[in-house]
Design a protein around this ligand. Structure first.
Ligand SMILES: Nc1ncnc2c1ncn2[C@@H]1O[C@H](COP(=O)(O)OP(=O)(O)OP(=O)(O)O)[C@@H](O)[C@H]1O
Length: 475
């Protein structure tokens, strides 16, 4: 029972068991197969070597006896590590034998279990090892994806303006700046630019830590940034390392810097200039090694003029500055952005949208994109996910107000109604979705009122809203 509830792996997770005692090996194999593992059983080191090095088997966890007829499990672990194998290893030792624990520790073995081992304990250890192996894989994957994904070339768009931005990112990534400012409307790619600067720069191996300055009240923001000592304020139980410390060796990305409280602006400036901070309630200064990237959708120069942003911090940050123009001023970028997003969502959702009709491109270029690239990306995602053919359909782009793009009810009908073509272009699900969307719009997205109008329950309506991704369109 315990094993059932503890199970956290998926059907395809693979477990390699190395055990020369046939009876025990078979019993373990059967047990873990029942637990949905894909089990491979090796009875000798040679056999195990074949699975680990010559086949495509990439086990998540290896459960190995320590002493096998042809050698020690630890030697195999050492070879596996050398070959870059990142599985978690659980080692079984004979009763009373003294494990070479120092060496095993050095090689990063997950745990030792003494034979005969209690089944519940074994299950717990194996599921712990699986969790740890999976987290490690995710981390490796993210790191690989991070450095591959966040290159200046990931900033799609062939307009003159965007090419200048890319060239600037290339150049700035080679400059050891201590602070830098990125300005641009919401959705123009400030976050993406910050990630590119981090991943292409000299600090790529360090952490990238992000904080949205508009998301927290002043006191919390201060302790998040600078950390605190135990008892620094009511509720400050333990010591807390702030983000400046956590980002050590890497990048601190401060989004929405324009919203930062004016007192904190002074502290931030000191931290950047002197490269030291003091935790709240702390009496010693701590040196920091961080590059700060700040971003804002506001016109910071205007905020300085209005007395809302410190001039000295603004000048410090804007020594290096990147300005991302709104999408409506670089519509040529759509020629690259649209196919790139279509390809991305095709790959993510297993769709086959291959054609983008010129009429749709024209329509996309006629829109003014108040939400910029984010809005475009969302529209393309919706369109690709809901399309049933190999052609990108205008139907789901939903640009602007519905009356601009959707067929309208007859003006002379008193009761609200919607017009649905019954020529086979709409599947039953599409019709369902359209009816729900129209009803939601009519009731200003009030779920109870809409459910009443459709004579259904709120739960059913919520379920369908989720299924069809129906939310109020911003902008
Ligand atoms: N030129 C571009 N090429 C490819 N993707 C882009 C581009 N610009 C933005 N994006 C994508 O658009 C989305 C929004 O971008 P991002 O979050 O960086 O915007 P932002 O300016 O930081 O927005 P906000 O001010 O709201 O935080 C992200 O998914 C980002 O990857």
């Amino acid at each position: 029972m315990l094993a059932q509830t503890e199970r956290s792996h998926t059907m395809s997770d693979s477990l390699l068991i190395i055990e020369d005692e046939t009876l025990l090996g078979n019993e373990l194999a059967r047990h873990f197969q029942r637990e949905q593992w894909e089990v491979t059983l090796a009875t000798t080191l040679e056999d195990a070597r074949h699975w680990l090095f010559d086949s495509q088997l990439d086990p998540l966890v290896v459960l190995s006896d320590m002493s096998l007829p042809d050698g020690s499990g630890l030697d195999l672990l050492a070879d596996a590590r050398e070959a870059g194998n990142r599985a978690e290893w659980v080692l079984l030792t004979g009763y009373g034998s003294v494990p070479d624990s120092v060496r095993a520790l050095h090689l990063g073995a997950h745990e030792f279990l003494e034979k005969p081992c209690d089944r519940d304990r074994l299950d717990l250890v194996i599921s712990g090892a699986a969790r740890s192996a999976r987290a490690q894989r995710r981390l490796n994957q993210q790191q690989m994806e991070g450095s591959a994904r966040f290159k200046p070339s990931a900033m799609y768009g062939n307009s003159e303006a965007n090419r200048r931005v890319r060239a600037l990112l290339e150049r700035l990534a080679r400059v050891p700046f201590s602070s830098l400012l990125i300005l641009g409307e919401t959705g123009t790619g400030k976050g993406l630019a910050a990630r590119i600067l981090h991943h292409v720069g000299a600090r790529a191996d360090g952490p990238m830590v992000q904080l949205n300055c508009a998301a927290l009240p002043r006191e919390l923001l201060e302790s998040e940034l600078f950390g605190h000592e135990a008892g620094a304020f009511t509720g400050a139980r333990g010591r807390h390392r702030g983000l400046f410390e956590q980002a050590s060796g890497g990048t601190l990305f401060l989004d929405e810097i324009g919203e930062l409280d004016i007192d904190l602006q002074a502290k931030l400036l000191t931290a950047i200039e002197e490269r030291r901070i003091r935790r709240l309630g702390g009496d010693r200064e701590i040196g920091i090694d961080v590059q700060v990237i700040a971003a804002s959708h506001r016109n910071l120069a205007e905020r300085v003029a209005d007395g809302l942003f410190r001039a000295d911090l603004y000048h410090r940050l804007s020594v290096f500055q990147i300005e991302l123009p709104p999408l409506r001023e670089r519509l040529q970028d759509l020629d690259e952005l649209v196919p790139a997003f279509v390809a991305e969502f095709n790959a993510k959702a297993g769709r086959q949208v291959r054609k983008i009709p010129p009429a749709i491109m024209a329509r996309l270029k006629a829109h003014d994109w108040p939400g910029n690239v984010r809005e475009l990306r969302n529209a393309i995602e919706r369109s690709v996910l809901l399309s049933e053919h190999d052609t990108l359909s205008a139907q789901w782009l939903q640009l602007g107000r519905p009356q601009e793009t959707e067929p309208q009810p007859h003006a002379d009908t008193a009761a609200p109604c919607i017009c649905l073509p019954l020529d086979g272009t709409l599947a039953l699900e599409d019709i369902d979705r359209r009816v729900i969307q129209a009803a939601l719009e009519q009731h200003d997205y009030n779920v109870s009122a809409t459910a009443r109008a459709l004579r259904t329950t709120r739960e059913t309506l919520r379920y369908r809203m989720q299924k069809y991704q129906l939310q109020r369109q911003s902008g």
